[in-house]
Design a protein around this ligand. Structure first.
Ligand SMILES: CC(C)(COP(=O)(O)OP(=O)(O)OC[C@H]1O[C@@H](n2cnc3c(N)ncnc32)[C@H](O)[C@@H]1OP(=O)(O)O)[C@@H](O)C(=O)NCCC(=O)NCCS
Length: 172
């Protein structure tokens, strides 16, 4: 799988004090912060061990938004199998939400999907996770199914959301 090229941007936490960040592939030094964000976001978080394992995976990439001071603002993980893209996770540190970071991370996967002719990107999301569902909707993901009682802690359905890139009109 091709490596993502690091890109730069800034998040406008205050109009006069934007925080510059880079999008970089996950590395070992960033894992503890990512695990910390996992624990703050999810009832069944990925552990540091799981994240180190992910670093070894040839078909999974985790991209990370990181400041000059090496603070992780958010991250997202994608697994590619043949021409299918599976978004494993996306999370943004709480104080930096709703200022476009989640979208910026998703845009990287969109560009990757188009450049590498993926047929679709797909993911599962908790039924009650309205913020994430709204984010995916805003990118044109459609609800294509439901897995009953897929999640635990609490038990809850998963909504399957998919965006196709090889359908006429959806791939620019
Ligand atoms: C889901 C998540 C990654 C979104 O990240 P974010 O950086 O806040 O997203 P963005 O600022 O790019 O938001 C883009 C759009 O998504 C939608 N959205 C994001 N958060 C929302 C919320 N809390 N309520 C409603 N819509 C929301 C909006 O349409 C928003 O556009 P707008 O701000 O112009 O209205 C973030 O809320 C998060 O980390 N949640 C916890 C982890 C998680 O649940 N991950 C998903 C696992 S499937």
């Amino acid at each position: 799988m091709k490596q993502f090229v690091p890109t730069v941007g800034s998040v406008p936490t205050q109009p006069s004090h934007p925080i510059p960040y880079k999008l970089v592939p996950m590395n070992r030094e960033l894992v503890p912060q990512i695990a910390e964000i996992e624990r703050s976001c999810f009832s069944l978080p990925w552990t540091e061990e799981m994240l180190y394992e992910e670093l070894e995976s040839l078909n999974t990439t985790c991209i990370v938004a990181v400041t000059e001071e090496q603070e992780v603002l958010g991250y997202a993980s994608l697994t590619v199998v043949l021409d299918e893209g599976y978004i494993n996770n996306i999370a943004v540190r709480r104080p930096y939400r709703r200022i476009g970071l989640g979208s910026e991370l998703l845009r990287v996967f969109e560009r990757f999907s188009i450049a590498n002719h993926l047929a679709f990107l797909t993911l599962e999301v908790r039924d009650t996770n309205l913020a994430a569902r709204a984010l995916y909707h805003s990118f044109g993901f459609e609800e294509v199914g439901r897995r009953k009682n897929y999640y635990e802690k609490p038990r809850e359905d998963a909504i399957l959301m998919t965006k196709y890139y090889n359908k006429e009109g959806t791939n620019p």
